[in-house]
Design a protein around this ligand. Structure first.
Ligand SMILES: [Zn+2]
Length: 126
């Protein structure tokens, strides 16, 4: 597959794996990869108690690492970051919400490509 940076947004969507396509439509299917563990936070509040955990998507393999501050009665999410599998990110697409309709359209194309589709919908611009 060519490098994604050189593909149009439409081409990148067409190259998404089936799993990535479903996750971009339905959101990830999380499972805990590594349960909460204590971490020291540089620049954290003095006396603050922090934990991290790592979640993994059972479908596409995306990972999310979450950092929380522990309070007596709750956790507060401080920050999180994602590690995406190759080919998951779509360069130049902007906001995820903005392309969700196109993602779903691609899902329909894959399912219906062998079925009869109205001519007017076969043109990509339609
Ligand atoms: Zn996923």
């Amino acid at each position: 597959m060519p490098k994604t940076a050189k593909l149009s947004v439409t081409e990148q969507i067409q190259h998404l794996s089936d799993n990535a396509l479903v996750c971009r439509d339905l959101m990830h299917a999380w499972s805990v990869d590594r349960p909460y563990y204590r971490v020291d936070v540089e620049g954290g509040v003095r006396g603050g108690f922090y934990v991290e955990r790592t979640k993994g998507c059972m479908r596409c393999g995306t990972q999310r690492v979450e950092l929380y501050r522990v309070f007596r009665d709750r956790l507060e999410l401080i920050r999180s970051h994602y590690k995406y599998p190759d080919g998951y990110l779509i360069a130049g697409a902007g906001n995820v919400q903005a392309i969700r309709g196109r993602i779903r359209r691609e899902g329909v194309r894959r399912v219906l490509e062998d079925m009869e589709t109205p001519e007017a919908l076969k043109d990509e611009s339609a």
